[in-house]
Every structure is written in structure tokens, then in C-alpha cells.
Design a protein around this ligand. Structure first.
Ligand code: AMP
Ligand code: MN
Ligand code: MN
Length: 325
């Protein structure tokens, strides 16, 4: 980690008394794990913190220490805002409102598409998860770890790497995981809770979505409508398991899953094999992500959104983005 940047982060976090920490809408395990992990570390440094996320914590992460303390609205006053795992300002959602615009904003993230929206930007696409960056920060600043911190951070790493199986996993990621396991985090238990366990209704919904699978050349796509979720009594559970599962289909290079949210917007999840970069297509559609896993959120009718996204993905398969990471 760059020394100058580290010093600036040290100064910022030391001088701030009341810190607002924010993570992205529709949070995943890295969002929640990084927020709670850094929260525990900063509280141990005597900071007064507000941890915020526009959307509720998905049930599969509610076992993490402190998850019940995450709020969905913010009032202040604060001296510093820290954004975690957000590739652009909009990802912070409504918890980052106009009243906060004048405050210093520390942007900590690992997306290659990060728009550097902070006053200080620490963006490291070589990290497999924002949680891995938080571990590095704790090491660099001499903050002591604990089992609760390790549980949160390992959850972030496990969910973003599907338990250390994604293409970006390297020795640094494994070393970070080892450090967290030495602190008491249980890899097998975390992987089971975060990746393998899901309600029967979820699998039934997958069944319906798989029944509607479509191929378009080397693109495989399907959709989860609001009506489908209602049929199985499912809310917005932050489960990207279906896209991950479909990414194993041998005949396809790119997978796209469209999910209708309760507010009518469409979440688009994309996966690709190395050599095809979905982050670029997602970025052009106003979203972001990583070369092999990216997404965006679009407004409008599902059929219209689908056409627009598939056109963009087809273009990227045919041309410029086909160079890989
Ligand atoms: P998902 O398919 O939801 O697991 O998302 C895969 C990756 O795409 C995540 O790690 C996010 O970085 C990114 N992503 C998903 N949705 C969005 C969005 N609406 N805007 C920006 N990035 C997104
Ligand atoms: Mn995330
Ligand atoms: Mn992440």
C-alpha cells in the first residue's frame, strides 16, 4: 500500500471523531463484512460511528456481530464519511444525501470501474474483496484483530471469491485468509453459511428461472420477475447464487441474470470466462464491477432493459472487450 495514501488515511481516521460509514445498496457479504469489520476496528480506536446501508442486511449475514446496529437512514453530524465496496457515488444510495456533500469522503474499494468519487480514494483492483483491504489497513496501522473482526472480513472475502475459486484469487488473498483463520474465523462454517445454505423457496425460484433459460450465441440469460419472487415468498435476499451457478455452463461465455426489484428497477448480474470482460459492458450501462463479475441497475420495462443489455453484451463479445483482464 502506498505510504502517502496510508499516512493520509491515518490522519483522516485519527482526527475524525464522528464517522459515517456507508456501503452499497443491495449489499453482499463483502459490503456487510467490510462495514462491520472496519466498524469494530474503528470503535476499538475510540471512534463514534454510524454504520449505514440503504437496504436491510440480507438474512444470510445477520449472524455477523453488530449487523443489527446498521441503520438505513442517517442524520449526523459527522466529520468524515467512509464509503466501502462502492464503485461509484450512486451505489451509496440514499444514506449519502446532499447534507453530507461538503464532508471529507474516504473511498475504499476494489472495483476496477471505481470512479474515484472520494476526496481520498484508495482503490485496489488487485484485492479480491474490500474486506482484504481492511485487513491490510489494520496491519499497516497496527490495529489489533479479534475473532469478530476476522469473521466479518473472512465473510467478505469468501462471498466475493465464492470461497477462493474466482479467477482473481492469488497468494495474497490466501495469505489474508490464513491470517483471518489464525484469528479464529472458521472458513468452512463461513462458506457454508454464506454460499451453500439457502431456503428451499430459493431453489424452487432457481428452478423456475432455469426453466426459462435462453441462449443467444455464447450468451446465456434468464430472469427473475417480481411475480416469481412473490410466488415463492421471497424478498430481495441478495443471493447471487443463480448467476454463479449458471456461470458453470460449459457452452456459454457470458451469463446475464435480470432481477426485478420491489421498486421496479432491474438488477443485472453478469458473469464471464477469462478473455471476456463484463466490467466494461456493465460500466457503459451505468454500473460496474470486476472483469469476470459485474452488474448494473436499470430503470424501465424488463423486456426493454433486456434488449439494451443483451445488445451491449453482444457488442462486447464481438469486439473491444474481448481482451480479458
Ligand atoms: P452480483 O451479480 O450482484 O453478484 O454482482 C457482481 C458484481 O457486479 C458485484 O461485485 C458488484 O461489484 C457489481 N455490481 C452489481 N450490480 C451493480 C450495480 N448496480 N452497479 C455497480 N456495480 C454492480
Ligand atoms: Mn459488493
Ligand atoms: Mn467487493
Amino acid at each position: 500500500m502506498d505510504r502517502n495514501l496510508l499516512e493520509r488515511i491515518r490522519e483522516l481516521t485519527q482526527s475524525a471523531r464522528r464517522i459515517l460509514m456507508v456501503t452499497h445498496v443491495a449489499p453482499d457479504g463483502d459490503a456487510i463484512g467490510s462495514l462491520l469489520g472496519l466498524g469494530l476496528l474503528l470503535r476499538a480506536q475510540g471512534k463514534e460511528l454510524t454504520l449505514a446501508c440503504e437496504d436491510p442486511v440480507p438474512e444470510l449475514y445477520t449472524w455477523l456481530p453488530g449487523s443489527a446496529g446498521i441503520v438505513r437512514q442517517t442524520s449526523g453530524p459527522y466529520d468524515l464519511v467512509v464509503s466501502l465496496d462502492c464503485s461509484d457515488e450512486r451505489r451509496m444510495g440514499s444514506v449519502f444525501h446532499e447534507g453530507l456533500a461538503g464532508l471529507p469522503l474516504l473511498n475504499i474499494d476494489h472495483h476496477v470501474t471505481n470512479t474515484l468519487f472520494g476526496t481520498i480514494n484508495w482503490v485496489d483492483p488487485s484485492a479480491v474483496a474490500t474486506a482484504q483491504m481492511i485487513l491490510s489497513l489494520a496491519g499497516a496501522l497496527g490495529w489489533p484483530l479479534s475473532k469478530p473482526v476476522a469473521d466479518c472480513l473472512l465473510t467478505g472475502m469468501v462471498t466475493d471469491t465464492r470461497s477462493f475459486r474466482t479467477y482473481n484469487v492469488d497468494t495474497a488473498a490466501i495469505r489474508a485468509a490464513l491470517r483471518l483463520m489464525e484469528e479464529g474465523a472458521e472458513l468452512n462454517e463461513i462458506a457454508r453459511r454464506a454460499l451453500d445454505q439457502r431456503p428451499l423457496a430459493s431453489v424452487r425460484l432457481w428452478g423456475e428461472a432455469i426453466g426459462r433459460l435462453n441462449t443467444d450465441g455464447e450468451i446465456l440469460w434468464t430472469e427473475v420477475t417480481r411475480a416469481m419472487r412473490q410466488r415463492w415468498g421471497l424478498g430481495e435476499n441478495g443471493d447471487s447464487g443463480l448467476a454463479n451457478f449458471l456461470s458453470g455452463v460449459r457452452e456459454s461465455k457470458i451469463v446475464v441474470v435480470f432481477t426485478e426489484r420491489d421498486n421496479g428497477t432491474i438488477d443485472v448480474g453478469m458473469r464471464s470466462v477469462p478473455g471476456h470482460d463484463v466490467a466494461a459492458a456493465a460500466y457503459r450501462l451505468g454500473g460496474g464491477g470486476h472483469p469476470q463479475a459485474a452488474g448494473c441497475t436499470l430503470e424501465g420495462d424488463l423486456a426493454v432493459v433486456r434488449q439494451r443489455v443483451l445488445d451491449e453484451v453482444r457488442r462486447s463479445l464481438a469486439g473491444d472487450d474481448a481482451k480479458g483482464p
